[in-house]
Each structure stands twice: as structure tokens, then as C-alpha cells.
Write a protein that binds this ligand. Structure first.
Ligand code: MN
Length: 237
């Protein structure tokens, strides 16, 4: 089971790179299937290069027995898993279209059914509220991770001002789906700014669309992982 999960997590890394959500930075994790107080996350490396052998197991304190270097921001994952028993996967990215919404009061509303889950809530994290106005913006310790998790609340998505975002969900494929469509929806909102009378989904439409789409994620996953396989040449060195 864990081997399957490691393979799926490596694929998630490749998909998120291929879909333009992650670049050399950002990361994706999944909660252990055997132990709710453990999660899997790649060692400190570019997501597209991750193989199952590069995946480490962490406790909710952000510690691992693996001596290979860890991502500085592993506390994002650790503290969200601690605060949210319903969450089984976390994507942290710096994807570009989402950034403007963390900087402004402009709401990231769902404009099309594929992003209906955004009606479940878009949280905001302001690192200055915890760590002052001279940080490097990184969530580099447990208290900052806990502050981010508190800001996230029970939402599926949080904006991190001047930094990026987190998407969370009950499974790895659905969380990857959310990260992909949050970015796409953000780009759509920016494209509609010159237009008058833009109509977003209602809360009811968002919830209904999210429920429908949650049953269709396998179709996207199967295509996305095949598309992402074209980057195998990068992993070969
Ligand atoms: Mn980051």
C-alpha cells in the first residue's frame, strides 16, 4: 500500500509540474495510509525529478529519520495534517495567477463549474500576523505552520500573501485537481477584470458542481499522468 502511495505521490509531483502548478519549487504530500500521524513528502528537490525512492516519511512534528535534506516548508504539511483529520493530501505552490488574490482584497470566486469547490471557502494567511514584517515569507517552523493551519480553518484552499497558496483535500487526486483548477480559475478571474457584470457561481452552484466533479477526478488523473510521463527524459538525467 505504501509503495503504491509512493508511486502515486511521485506521479502527483510530475502532474503538478506538467500542469504548471509547481516549477522548481512547491511540494505535494499525502497522509500515510497506515498511520494518521505520518505523511509522505519528497526530499528537497524539484518536483518533476521526484521518484518513489526520493519520498520520505514524516511525523506531525516535521521530523524524519531520513538523512536526505528536507523541504524547509514541511511544517505547512505537518501542521495542516495535525489540525485537519479530514485532510489526506496537501499541495503548496507559488503558481502565478493565484498570487494577485493574496495581495489584494479581490475575492477568488468560482467562475466556472470546474472550480466549484472554491465556494467551500478561500482562506487568507498573513504571515505578518505571526512573525512580523521582515520575514522571508517562508513557513519554516511549526508555529508558522500552525498559524497557517489556523487561517485555513475548514476551507479547501488558502492564499498566502506575497508567497503562494495551499490546496487540501480528502484524497491525493482530488487535491491535485483542486490545485490545478484553483490556478485556472484565478487566471479566468484576471481575464474577466475588463468585463462588466461578471457572474460567478452561487454558493449552491459551487457546492453542487464540486460534488459532481469529485466523482470525475479519475478521468483527469489518468490523462494528466500520461501527459506528465513525457518528462521522464529529465529524470533519466
Ligand atoms: Mn513556498
Amino acid at each position: 500500500m505504501t509503495d503504491d502511495l509512493r508511486t502515486q505521490l511521485a506521479e502527483a509531483n510530475h502532474i503538478l509540474f506538467d500542469q504548471g502548478v509547481l516549477d522548481a519549487f512547491g511540494h505535494v504530500s499525502v497522509r500515510s495510509a497506515e498511520r494518521a500521524d505520518r505523511f509522505l513528502l519528497a526530499r528537497n528537490m524539484a518536483p518533476v525529478l521526484v521518484t518513489p525512492a526520493d519520498i520520505q516519511e514524516y511525523g506531525l512534528d516535521g521530523a524524519t529519520h531520513d538523512p536526505a535534506p528536507s523541504y524547509l516548508e514541511r511544517f505547512i504539511h505537518a501542521e495542516i495534517y495535525r489540525a485537519r483529520p479530514d485532510v489526506h493530501a496537501v499541495v503548496h505552490s507559488h503558481s502565478a495567477s493565484v498570487i494577485p488574490f493574496g495581495l489584494s482584497s479581490a475575492p477568488l470566486r468560482p467562475l466556472f463549474h470546474m472550480a466549484g469547490f472554491l465556494a467551500q471557502g478561500v482562506a487568507r494567511f498573513e504571515i505578518r500576523g505571526t512573525a512580523g514584517d521582515a520575514t522571508d515569507l517562508l513557513v519554516r517552523d511549526a508555529p508558522l505552520g500552525a498559524a497557517l493551519a489556523a487561517s485555513l480553518g475548514d476551507a479547501p484552499f488558502a492564499l498566502m500573501r506575497g508567497h503562494g497558496s495551499v490546496a487540501v483535500g480528502p484524497s491525493l487526486p482530488l487535491t491535485v485537481y483542486r490545485a490545478v483548477y484553483a490556478e485556472e480559475n484565478a487566471a479566468l478571474v484576471l481575464r474577466t477584470l475588463p468585463l462588466a457584470d461578471v457572474v460567478a457561481l452561487t454558493e449552491g452552484e459551487g457546492h453542487a458542481a464540486a460534488e459532481t466533479n469529485a466523482g470525475q477526478v479519475a478521468r483527469a488523473w489518468d490523462m494528466w499522468r500520461r501527459l506528465a510521463a513525457r518528462h521522464e527524459v529529465l529524470r533519466a538525467g
